[in-house]
Design a protein around this ligand. Sequence first.
Ligand code: GLA
Length: 400
Amino acid sequence: MSSISNPSPQPGKIAPGQPLHCVAPARVNLLGEHTDYTGGLVLPMAIPFTTHAIISSRPDNLYSFTSELFPDTLALDRDDRSPSRSIWADYPVGVLRQLQLRGIAPPAFDLHLSGNVPFGAGLSSSASVEVATAMALLAFTGASLSIEDIALLSQRAENNYVHSPCGIMDQFVITAAKAGHALLLNTRDLTYEHLPMNKGALAETQIVVCNSMVKHSVATGEYRVRRRELEEGQAVLRSTFPNVRDLGDASLDQLNQCQHQMSHEAFIRCRHVVTENARVRSARESMFSGDPTSLGQLMLQAHISYRDDFAASCEEVDFLVDTAINLPGCFGARLTGGGFGGCTVNLVERNHSEAFATALKAAYQQHLNIAAETYLCDAVDGAWLRNAPLPSTRAPQERA
Ligand code: GLA
C-alpha cells in the first residue's frame, strides 16, 4: 500500500478577495463495514454527489455560516469557543474548532454550503460537508495539511464536536479518492491503495446505488451499541493473544478460542468484522483479476454477515438485496454504510444498469409501497478546490 504524500491543494491562482470554492463528493462503500474503528480494512469509492463550500472574506470579526439547505444561519465571534448546538452548522463549526486547536486561525469569513448529497441515506453527507469545509478553510487561510490530517481532523470534528462516533472511512475516501478507482484503506495505519475498476470484465460493470428511503443515522443508539460490543470482544482477544492489537489482527480461529469469554453478541459482531476483513482482502484479488463474479459473491456474503451476525439490516433493505440478486446483470448486492437503513450497493453489468434500476424500484414500490431512488455511479475524485462559477447541483444520473 502507498503511504500518504499528497499535500492539501493550494490556493493556486485564485485572486485575492475572490471567493474560494471547494467541492467534495459523497461515498459508497463496496465492502468493509464497521471495520474502520477496530484497525480493519475498508473498500469505498467516491460518487458524484457533491457538497460545495464557498468561502469569502468579511470586513468584521465574525465567522458566518449559511446554507441553501437550512434556513437558520450562525454568526460567531472569531474568539468564540462555545459547544455544539445540535444544528446543521455544528459540522462546519466542528471543523473550524479542529483547525483552531492546531493553531490555524482563519480571518473573518462567510462560509456558504450547498449540495445534493441525500441526508440519512448512508452516503456520508456529513463527511462531505466536513471535508469541503476543511479544504475551503485551509485554502482561505493559506495553510496546507496532508490528506491524512484533513481526514483525521474532519473525523475528530464529528467525534468531538458533533458527538457522533464514526470511524475514519468516510472522511478519508472523500479526501483521497481517485476517479475510476475504489480505495482500499487500512484504517490502523492509514496506508491506502487505489484499486482500478476497469480491469477485465469489471470494466463492463457499473455501481448502482439504491436508496431504501429508510433513514439511517450514525449518531443514533445502535451504531454505538455495535461499537461497544466490538470493543468488548476486542478486549478479550487482546488479553488472550498479546500479538493482537485489534480486530484487524485477529483470525477467526483466535476469535473462536475466545468465544466463551465474551457475550454471544460480542462474539457474533466480532465474527462479522473478522470475516469482513478477509472479504476485503479477497476483493482486492477479484478487482486485480477483473472478476465481477467473485467480487459480487463477496458482496453478497458481506450482506449475509452484516444482516445475521451484525444485525444491522432491516426488512426493506433485505428485500432490495434479495430482489437485486435475481435481476439480470446483477453480480452482487449488499447494504452499504453504517446500517439500519440507508442504501444498497449493487454491482451490475453496465448495459443492464438502467433496466436493473427500473425493475428494482418497481418491485420495491409494489411490495413495500415505497418509492426508492437509484443512482448510477462511476467512481470520482476526492475533494478539490475550484475557482469557477457554481455548477449545477443535480444528482448524478438520477432515476427517481
Ligand atoms: C458510518 C461511519 C463509518 C463506518 C460505517 C460503517 O458510515 O461514518 O465510519 O463506521 O458507518 O462501516
